[in-house]
Each structure stands twice: as structure tokens, then as C-alpha cells.
Design a protein around this ligand. Structure first.
Ligand code: HEM
Length: 511
């Protein structure tokens, strides 16, 4: 029985390349503000919820406020309906002012304009730890990782990582290992079902354990044995599981809620730093163990070398950093995608059966599987909006967006808009595979309305791994169970990610 709650921060290469090429081919659409033919309106003129001194628009979200208790996708929908395609959310209690875009063409303008060296605001407390605490006596240009670096250091690091993590051949090496994790998870699910065919453990924790076990195979080159109920409390694997959990809770408390840690060293900051440090040490411990194994089994050809081996060849320090980022970004994301996909398939038994037939056919190509995952990420994406901090000025819909503004593209809202996807709120995987002349054809939508893995050169580097994990597990699930759901839909809470918080009314019946 696991008492931990793991909270961590997901087709093809052709599509990815097309996106990168498309963005590279289009020159920056930023504008010299002084060149605008009509005077631009200012940031302050952008419509948005009214603001008060110091607390900003906070009162709108408190009891009596117009957005009180309106959350997640409903909140974004309401803001879009009230204020239009561009909305300003003023700074609240020291947090940054945000410009939200609900318009695909405006998104294209900013995201293409920023695609050379995009800055994505992320997790300031982790950034503080990595840049100011851990490296306080070292040169500030030293890379700290994809999640926390920006501009040149990010570019240097990402350029070194891309050939390893985005290389289909390398990721394919994990097919069997990831499938073995999926099979072990199926055994666990079978043995922990109750008399109603529901899992005894809390479902989100179960999915996080599966995701952690899967990503550890790639990041640390080892099985953590997360599914072993006898795993000792003080074992490094158990400690890693706990730390990954704590890590996300602290990052959430420090980065997504008003907090004084930027001004004084709060008790939460101290505990977070302890966690970040411990997590880093545990990551190193596993990698060093893997290095010893690799030395023993040396002599592999380049084609046989996995992610960790290739990262270690580049630079040992890079391998530690990247492994930590994979653990950080690769657990909740895949777990949440899995929960959403299972819910949608349970609610659409005909689609589930179609997927099962494809899986049972044992065909190498699985277009329906991919379509189901894409459609699930359209309806229930892990992240509703993609962020950039602008590195230049823009003219967006007649407003001057100055350099340094936090802009978020609300792709989830755009994906649920009938103008972009017909029958937008229905789960129709077919839209991803039908011909161009079919009205449902996904390609009729503007390319910037659907971006669950982000965009361009800063797009999710774990995408291929995530797809492999989700496809493998989903195949094993539909092969073994008929998935059903009862009662109201699960609650989705928007924080750093869109967490599925239950109720977890999944039923897994034997076929
Ligand atoms: C279905 C699962 C996942 C989803 C939906 C997802 C989504 C995203 C998104 C939206 C971004 C931001 C991209 C942007 O700013 O344009 C991102 C970045 C990132 N993701 Fe994922 N992700 C997933 C799984 C993973 C996995 C398994 C890993 C582990 C390798 C991972 C590692 C990362 C990293 C390191 C970044 C930062 C990349 C950079 O800034 O260069 N993600 N992800």
C-alpha cells in the first residue's frame, strides 16, 4: 500500500519536423511598434477582469466575485466570451501579468516570432535552487536543464539532448522494456481489484507509479520496482518515489500560490531545497549504479546504446540533469494523459471496441490507437495553455505587447471551439484519420489550435517516450479489460497541470 502521492510535472517525427520547419520558414512576425500604421493600444487597454491596487484582479475570484468558483476550462471559456480573443490578467500579489490568447493566428504570430530561442516561464523555485543555490559559486552560464534554462544555455543543452531523446531509433530500443512495465502493471491491477472490479489503491497514485516505473527505465536505466509492495521504506527506490512526490507538492506551493519565498527564506523553501537536493542525489545514485552495469556489459554498438548511455557519452553532468528533468516532467503528464484516455474510452465503448480490434489484430501500424490518444489530448490535455515570455515587442490585434510579457496560448479552449473542430466536445478519434474531403478532417483546423506537446524548438522533448509509454499500456489494458465508467465525470483541477482528481469510477472487467 503506497501512502505517497506522486505529483510531478506529453505524431510522428514528420509532424514534428513539419512544425519546426514551418516555424523556421516563416520569418518573425513581431513588429517594430513605431512602424505600425495606426497607433497601437497599450497593454492596459487589453480587456480583462477589473483590478484593484496590490491584489490585482484577485477579488473577482473570491466569494461575491464574478469568477468565484468558476474554474479550469469553464473559467477560460467565460473569460473568452466576456473579453474576446485577447485577455489581460493583471498581476496578483506579486505574480506576473499574463496576456491570454484565444486566437490561433495571434498565437502563431507570437510563437513563430519566439521560435528561435523561446523563453518559457516555468518553475521559479527549482530555477532558484539550480541557479542561485546549487551553483552559487559557479559561472552563471552553466546549463541547469531544459525546464529551468532559457536563451543560450537552454539552446546549448537542448541541441545536445535532441539527437538522443528525439531519435526514434533510440526510443524504439525501449519498446520491450516499456511493454514489460505495462504488463507488470496489468498484473498489479488484476491482483488489486476489488469485488466490483475497481482498483483498491487510489487510481491517480496507481497511474503515477506506472508512469514513474516507465520513465525510470529510460532516465535511470533501471527498474525501480515501484509495484513491489515489499519495497523497504528506506530503500533508495522508495525514497525516490517519495521525493518525486514531495518535489511536486513544494514546487506547486512555491510557484503557483502567492508566497514570500522570493523575499525571505520561508520554511517551505527550506524544505523544498532539501527535497531538490535529495532528489538530485538519488538520481545520481541510480545513474552511478547504471554506469557500473554499463561498464560490465560494455562494447555495444552505437545503435544498441540507450538514452542514458548516449547522455553519459556527451557529459556526465548533462546526464544527471536530464534524468532529473525526465523524472520531473515525465510522470504526472503521462499518468494524467492515461487517466483522460481511459475515461473517454470507457464512455465510448464502440470506440474502445474498435481500438481493441486493432490491438488484437497485432498489426504493426496502429493508426486508431494514435488517433484515440490525439483525440484524448484534444479533449483532456494535460496542459491547457502554452506559455512564452516575449523577447521582443509585438502588435497583436492592435495592442502593443512589450518585450518581457508573459503570453499564454489557450489551445485547449481553441480545440473545443466548433469553428476549429466540428462536433468539438465529442470524442471522435476518426477525425485524425479521415480523408481531406471529410468535414471532420483535423487538418481543416488552424495548426495552432492543437498543441498538447507545445510548439516548435521548445516542444516537449519527451513526446516520443510519452507516446511509446501510453500506447504500450493502453494496448495491454484493452487487451485484458473492458473498461467502464459510472457516475459523473472526473473532476479536473487546473494547477501546474490539469490534474484528474476523481472520483475515479473506473471499472476493469475481464474480457
Ligand atoms: C503525455 C505526456 C506529456 C505531455 C502532454 C507533455 C507536454 C509538454 C509541454 C506542453 C511542454 C512545453 C512545450 C513548450 O513550451 O512548447 C513540455 C516540455 C517538456 N517536457 Fe513534456 N510532456 C509529456 C511527457 C513528457 C515526458 C515523458 C518527458 C520525459 C522525457 C517530458 C519532458 C519534458 C521536458 C524536459 C520539457 C522541457 C523542454 C524544453 O523546454 O526544451 N515530457 N512537455
Amino acid at each position: 500500500m503506497y501512502s505517497t502521492k506522486i505529483r510531478i510535472l506529453n505524431s510522428e517525427l514528420g509532424v514534428l519536423q513539419k512544425q519546426i520547419l514551418r516555424s523556421a520558414a516563416v520569418s518573425s512576425t513581431s513588429i517594430k511598434v513605431e512602424d505600425a500604421t495606426v497607433p497601437l493600444k497599450s497593454l492596459k487597454d487589453i480587456p480583462g477582469p477589473p483590478s484593484l491596487p496590490i491584489i490585482g484582479p484577485l477579488h473577482n475570484f473570491l466569494p461575491g466575485g464574478m469568477f468565484y468558483n468558476v474554474k479550469g476550462i469553464e473559467l477560460n471559456k467565460k473569460m473568452n466570451e466576456m473579453y474576446g480573443p485577447i485577455v489581460r490578467l493583471d498581476s496578483m500579489l506579486g505574480m506576473n501579468l499574463i496576456v491570454a490568447l484565444y486566437d490561433a493566428e495571434s498565437t502563431a504570430q507570437v510563437f513563430r516570432g519566439e521560435n528561435w530561442m523561446p523563453v518559457r516561464p516555468g518553475f521559479p523555485s527549482l530555477e532558484y535552487y539550480r541557479k542561485n543555490y546549487k551553483h552559487r559559486n559557479e559561472e552563471s552560464s552553466k546549463p541547469t536543464g531544459l525546464i529551468t534554462d532559457h536563451l543560450e544555455p537552454w539552446k546549448e543543452f537542448r541541441s545536445a539532448m535532441n539527437p538522443v531523446l528525439m531519435q526514434p531509433k533510440t526510443i524504439r530500443l525501449y519498446t520491450n522494456a516499456i511493454d514489460q512495465v505495462a504488463q507488470d502493471m496489468i498484473s498489479r491491477m488484476k491482483s488489486t481489484r476489488d469485488e466490483n472490479n475497481m482498483l483498491r489503491g487510489q487510481f491517480d497514485i496507481e497511474m503515477n507509479l506506472w508512469a514513474l516505473e516507465s520513465i525510470a527505465v529510460v532516465a535511470l536505466g533501471t527498474r525501480l520496482n515501484c509495484f513491489d509492495p515489499n519495497l523497504a521504506e528506506d530503500s533508495p527506490a522508495r525514497r525516490l518515489i517519495h521525493r518525486v512526490n514531495d518535489f511536486f507538492n513544494y514546487a506547486e506551493a512555491l510557484d503557483y500560490k502567492p508566497s514570500l519565498w522570493k523575499y525571505i527564506s520561508t520554511p517551505t523553501l527550506k524544505k523544498a531545497i532539501e527535497t531538490y537536493e535529495d532528489l538530485e542525489n538519488l538520481t545520481k545514485y541510480f545513474i552511478q549504479k547504471a554506469m557500473e552495469e554499463l561498464k560490465k556489459n560494455g562494447g555495444k554498438s552505437n545503435d544498441e546504446k540507450g538514452v542514458l548511455e548516449k547522455l553519459l557519452e556527451i557529459n556526465e553532468e548533462f546526464a544527471y540533469i536530464m534524468a532529473a528533468d525526465m523524472l520531473f516532467a515525465g510522470v504526472d503528464t503521462t499518468a494524467t494523459t492515461m487517466m483522460g484516455t481511459l475515461y473517454l474510452l470507457a464512455k465510448n465503448p464502440d470506440k474502445q471496441q474498435k481500438l481493441r480490434e486493432e490491438v488484437m489484430s497485432k498489426s504493426d501500424k496502429k493508426p486508431y490507437m494514435r488517433a484515440c490518444i490525439k483525440e484524448s489530448m484534444r479533449l483532456m490535455p494535460v496542459i491547457s495553455g502554452n506559455f512564452r515570455k516575449t523577447t521582443k515587442d509585438y502588435n497583436i490585434l492592435g495592442y502593443h505587447i512589450p518585450k518581457g510579457t508573459y503570453v499564454v496560448s489557450m489551445h485547449h479552449n481553441m480545440s473545443l471551439n466548433e469553428e476549429n473542430f466540428p462536433r468539438a466536445t465529442e470524442f471522435i478519434p476518426e477525425r485524425w484519420i479521415v480523408d481531406k474531403d471529410d468535414p471532420l478532417y483535423h487538418g481543416n483546423a488552424h495548426p495552432f489550435v492543437y498543441a498538447p506537446f507545445g510548439f516548435g524548438v521548445r516542444m516537449c522533448i519527451g513526446r516520443r517516450i510519452a507516446e511509446l509509454e501510453v500506447e504500450s499500456f493502453l494496448a495491454r489494458i484493452v487487451e485484458n479489460f473492458k473498461v467502464e465508467w459510472f457516475g459523473p465525470p472526473p473532476k479536473v483541477v487546473q494547477a501546474a497541470l490539469n490534474y484528474v482528481r476523481g472520483p475515479f469510477n473506473y471499472v476493469f472487467k475481464d474480457l
